[in-house]
Design a protein around this ligand. Sequence first.
Ligand code: NAP
Length: 183
Amino acid sequence: MVATLEQRDFPVDQLKLLASTRGAGTKIEFKGKEYTVEVMTENSFAGMDIGLFSPGGSVSEKFAPIAGKAGCVVIDNTSAFRMDPQVPLVVPEVNAHAIARYGTKNIIANPNCSTIQMVVALKPIHDVARIKRVVVSTYQAVSGTGKRAVKELEDQVLAIYGNKEVTKTGLPPPDRLQLSSSH
Ligand SMILES: NC(=O)c1ccc[n+]([C@@H]2O[C@H](COP(=O)([O-])OP(=O)(O)OC[C@H]3O[C@@H](n4cnc5c(N)ncnc54)[C@H](OP(=O)(O)O)[C@@H]3O)[C@@H](O)[C@H]2O)c1
């Protein structure tokens, strides 16, 4: 996200980088200046205009409304608000007009990553030929579960090739992560 803001030369006066206690203290560079990641608290959002959220569903569920109430418009990557009728579910290339409804909770949700890219391709077809039904199987990437899952997969692959014991945490097992299918 930070790299994309820089790449697009997005107008940023003040940048605040938030994480849990795990990531706090990490240094990240933005436009030649170094920023230190801070712990996200209920007081993190005063004076902030936009909050780009991707901390996982349960964390967004708690903190996005707090940010919204503080006047910080949240764009949330997680599943927490996708089915909330008071929160617009937006893919800008497809239904940017829906953003107008953001003000009820000051939260804008985006769909699952496999849906986003698909509807961008389907929208122009739908506009000229009304699509009635789409049947899709997705094979979700490990990365969709976040960086801990990516690290766990890396460790497991190295363990298998090194003939060592494969350790598992509470994350979904590799077979489910890579082969789960949804319609
Ligand atoms: N809509 C989409 O296209 C899309 C795509 C990918 C992922 N997602 C969703 O986004 C979420 C996260 O995925 P990701 O790939 O971005 O995960 P990630 O790489 O693990 O990043 C999660 C970030 O949230 C922070 N975080 C975790 N718990 C926190 C807490 N209690 N307070 C503050 N910050 C916290 C982490 O900081 P620490 O370093 O402190 O842990 C980390 O910076 C998931 O819900 C996933 O399903 C959506």
